[in-house]
Design a protein around this ligand. Structure first.
Ligand code: GUN
Ligand code: FE
Length: 422
């Protein structure tokens, strides 16, 4: 039996309104899984080595459910446009550079190093249309120890010539080769990534749905982010009643096809009902919602309905990989939404933000994002000693504060599936 114990203030979500806290307790890892959290270490684990993080805060690590790795290079830049023109001016021009493997090597090294330093243990990542650069990104992530889904993006229409695959047949062939090449990775898995409906022809979607079934792959894409985008999808897909149907008609909208849809800001009742029925995951990206002036996703509605919800950084429409910052922004955006748009939808509280960041998004990876028994042992240790305070704070208050105050430099250790990354 292989295992170890970590000691500290252990905090994790059981449900969206319940955070379990064990002060200076013991979390036991056995064969990569959590065997339990204890106030006093049981006799049968006494011979396990102990990592002693007494007085520090230990959380299960976060899932970034939506991030564009190639866009990390221009984070913090080009916050001046709405979605469609932002894509044309900023995102597509940067992504085209990943045709050059030396550039991709430099840029993806920076991305991976920074992701490793963060509190994120799991991520669902968009790359670009370029298979060689996507494999390079997967190699770097594999070496880091983080677990992730990575998608070579697909786009074959309404995209600039320099970032558009030749035709659907060509895309299919490239994508299948990339899927096969991805078989060499242990912790990094491929995810089909039709960029969004405006950039994917019917023929491409049909072909991707063949690959989805053949290789039982999950799918990630964008949904109902911007009002202009939604109008455009209506024109492009006159046979569909709502945006989500344009994925669903190809079997790529939940059910037997595990699916993440980023944003879902302007989803109507029918779309939401289908997301619920087919267990589509929502990646809520609050910073992106504001930077691209897209709107604010109704996360309260999604939580009330029991729709699976996680948080995304959506780099570079979001500026930071920090899921702590995404939690704070999810709370802040929900307050503005409540005040300005719909007073029947109460703002999120800190327990809910912590839940969607950890267990909510983690569910896409299985039993991930909690220290409940049987969950994969992911852990992030945070030393908040540098965040000085004159008054007494209990562990829960210290955790609440971290959502607003934590920086990567406060992180002292990180484990993924029982493996210590640093
Ligand atoms: N929709 C299609 N592509 C993108 C992208 O790169 N970022 C965001 N925020 N939305 C998109
Ligand atoms: Fe995105």
């Amino acid at each position: 039996m292989k295992g170890f114990v970590i000691k500290g203030n252990i905090c994790y979500s059981k449900s969206s309104n319940e955070i379990c806290i064990t002060s200076n307790g013991y979390a036991v890892c056995e064969n990569g899984l959590c065997a339990g959290v204890y106030n006093k270490l049981p006799e049968n684990y006494k011979n396990f080595p102990i990592y002693d993080y007494t007085d520090q805060i230990i959380i299960p690590g976060f899932t970034d459910l939506h991030v564009h790795a190639p866009q990390y290079a221009f984070r913090g830049l080009g916050m001046d446009l709405e979605l469609i023109s932002w894509l044309d001016v900023h995102a597509f021009t940067e992504e085209a550079k990943y045709n050059n493997i030396e550039y991709a090597d430099k840029a993806y090294s920076i991305f991976t190093e920074d992701l490793l330093k963060s509190a994120t243990t799991r991520a669902c990542i968009f790359a670009t249309i370029h298979a060689p650069a996507t494999i390079l990104l997967m190699e770097k992530l594999e070496a880091s120890g983080i677990k992730a889904f990575v998608g070579k993006t697909n786009m074959d229409r309404n995209s600039p010539a320099y970032l558009c695959e030749e035709n659907a047949a060509h895309t299919l062939c490239n994508t299948e080769k990339w899927i096969i090449d991805s078989g060499k990775f242990k912790n990094i898995k491929p995810i089909l990534t039709p960029r969004f409906i405006p950039a994917c022809s019917d023929e491409l979607m049909e072909n991707l749905s063949v690959l989805q079934k053949k290789y039982s792959l999950p799918v990630q894409s964008h949904l109902s982010e911007n009002l202009g985008e939604i109008e455009w999808v209506k024109e492009l897909c006159p046979d569909t009643k709502f945006y989500g149907e344009a994925y669903d008609k190809y079997g790529m909208f939940g059910n037997n096809c595990k699916t993440i849809m980023a944003h879902c800001i302007h989803s109507g009742e029918e779309e939401i009902a289908l997301m619920k029925k087919q267990n589509v995951f929502v990646a809520h990206c609050p910073e992106s919602n504001t930077n691209l002036s897209s709107g604010i996703a109704p996360v309260r509605t999604y939580l009330n309905l029991g729709i699976k919800t996680g948080l995304g950084s959506d780099i570079a429409a979001g500026s930071t990989l920090s899921i702590f910052k995404a939690m704070a922004m999810a709370i802040q955006c929900s307050k503005l939404r409540w005040r300005l748009i719909d007073q029947s939808l109460a703002p999120l509280n800190f327990e809910e933000a912590f839940y969607i960041a950890s267990k909510g998004g983690g569910e896409f990876f299985g039993n991930v994002g909690s220290f409940e028994k049987g969950y994969e042992f992911d852990a992030v240790v945070i030393d908040d000693l540098a965040l000085k305070h004159p008054q007494e704070l209990d562990v829960k208050e210290r955790l609440e504060r971290l959502i607003y105050l934590a920086e990567d430099r406060n992180i002292t250790a990180k484990f993924v599936n029982g493996k210590k990354l640093f």
